[in-house]
Design a protein around this ligand. Structure first.
Ligand code: NAG
Ligand code: NAG
Ligand code: NAG
Ligand code: NAG
Length: 437
């Protein structure tokens, strides 16, 4: 019988107690705040600090400005602590274990961004809510648009990676009043919206305790470089490789200078496009900017060299003697360049062609071209050619010892320049990619 009554009472009490009515909640509210002051630290022993936990959750990265060094993110701070004066017996208030109300009713550890890019203000809005449990645990989710100062390192642009730190502190409270703890080792990206330009590659957290506590959240972002690579870097590299090919155009085509000037102009046009998309930061400069300067300089150099080449070629008709040092160098290079070709080509070509060339050599420079294009006049065949010319008494002034002409000088220089500029372009492009990636 006693048991039955006991059970009945328990059941009744369960039924009554579990129905948290508006009345019980109002009563709880009244009782909690009749004697509450939000101006004092919520600890009974005021000599002890309030222990605050804070986790950061990044919702989106809005912008990263390399020039001003500003990272703009939308972040949520999950701040929790224990308020010892907000403890109640849930059974007395209809088993109400949690209460949610406006944040301005209770004490709050107001958080301030320590590395702001604009003004120093408490993070968040005054109309957020807090949730309190009957044991005194308070959870306060605040946040908003954070503009943090973050020095950019664009030296490896567009393959750069940036580490940005967001430092937050309970403004105004010393370590002996409020201690800050970061429970999580990383930033939470549970609500993250993907950014088109930046990819989050990692994050870490740290807490510092000095005269006041600081929570540091470091976010590592990596630039998505595909768009820049496809629209800027690859076309520029292609232009850079097209450039040395001017040296294999024939002199007589009359296109050589216009070709190299056109490539130079294409570079200049591209540079104006690129400069809009390049970070204008000079501290430090990006390696890509130096690479662009290099390709432009090579282009300018090719135009100049080309003009001198045409000048050299033009001397063929001016009957100017070739300095001995130049002719020796040319012949030496010819020897190296052709030593392999001679073995294969000579047998096929020279027995038939030699006679024609001998006969027509002195009439115009055209035959020299022919000679060249056939795979070269080897030094060995130069001797009989020379003798023949002497016999005829028609030796040209430009025809130096062993048949070296200005045309040959220009032609050999072309080969050297083509090789040199191609080689330099390949090496520098390669080095650029090695350094930046
Ligand atoms: C209400 O509180 C009583 C007493 O602690 C407990 O026995 C009961 O399970 C609670 N009811 C609910 C619905 O949690
Ligand atoms: C306020 O709370 C304190 C201790 O919790 C108590 O001594 C005091 O009587 C309360 N004052 C009022 C007006 O309820
Ligand atoms: C906020 O922190 C509290 C306590 O650490 C936790 O219970 C809660 O799930 C967190 N909320 C979010 C949205 O992370
Ligand atoms: C960013 O931080 C990571 C991890 O500490 C480090 O390895 C990397 O070198 C840093 N990057 C820059 C650009 O400082």
């Amino acid at each position: 019988m006693d048991n039955l009554i006991c059970l009945l009472i328990t059941m009744c009490s369960v039924n009554i107690a579990s129905t948290a009515t508006i009345e019980t909640t109002k009563l709880l509210f009244q009782d909690l705040f009749s004697n509450y002051s939000k101006h004092v630290l919520p600890v009974i022993d005021q000599s002890k600090p309030v222990s605050v936990n804070m986790d950061l959750s990044v919702v989106s990265i809005n912008d990263f400005d390399e020039v001003t060094g500003t990272l703009t993110i939308v972040a949520i701070l999950n701040v929790s602590w224990n308020d010892e004066s907000l403890v109640w017996d849930s059974v007395l208030y209809g088993n109400t274990t949690t209460l949610t109300f406006n944040q301005d009713l209770i004490w709050l550890p107001e958080m301030v961004l320590l590395n702001p890019a604009d003004s120093v203000e408490p993070i968040g809005n005054a109309r957020f809510k807090v949730t309190v449990t009957s044991t005194g645990g308070v959870v306060w989710a605040t946040g908003g648009l954070l503009k943090a100062a973050c020095t950019a390192d664009v030296s490896r642009f567009p393959f750069d990676q940036q580490n940005c730190t967001i430092s937050i502190s309970p403004w105004g409270y010393s370590s002996s009043q409020v201690t800050l703890t970061v429970p999580s080792r990383t930033i939470d990206f549970g609500f993250y919206c993907v950014n088109g330009e930046w990819d989050v590659t990692g994050s870490r957290t740290m807490q510092l305790s000095n005269t006041f506590d600081i929570a540091k959240y470091t976010i590592t972002i990596k630039r998505r470089h595909t768009s820049f690579l496809v629209s800027v870097v690859i076309p520029i590299i292609m232009l850079a490789f097209v450039n040395p090919f001017v040296f294999i155009l024939p002199f007589d085509s009359g296109e050589r200078v216009s070709y190299s000037i056109t490539v130079l102009l294409a570079f200049s046009v591209y540079m104006t496009v690129v400069s809009d998309r390049m970070p204008a930061s000079s501290q430090p400069m990006s390696i890509l900017a130096y690479y662009l300067l290099f390709t432009l300089s090579i282009s300018v150099l090719i135009v100049i060299v080309n003009i001198f080449q045409i000048r050299t070629y033009g001397k063929d008709n001016a009957h100017q003697p070739i300095p001995q040092c130049i002719s020796r160098t040319v012949l030496f290079l010819q020897m190296i360049y052709r030593s392999k070709k001679i073995e294969t080509k000579r047998n096929h070509l020279f027995p038939q062609e030699n006679g024609d060339i001998k006969a027509g050599k002195d009439v115009s420079g055209e035959n020299n071209l022919q000679l060249e294009d056939l795979g070269g006049s080897p030094i060995s065949s130069g001797e009989p050619l020379h003798e023949n010319a002497v016999q005829k008494g028609e030796i040209k002034a430009t025809s130096d010892q062993q048949g070296c002409t200005w045309y040959k000088v220009a032609k050999m220089a072309d080969v050297v320049y083509f090789g040199l500029f191609s080689f330099v372009t390949v090496v520098v492009t390669f080095v650029f990619f090695i350094i930046t990636t």
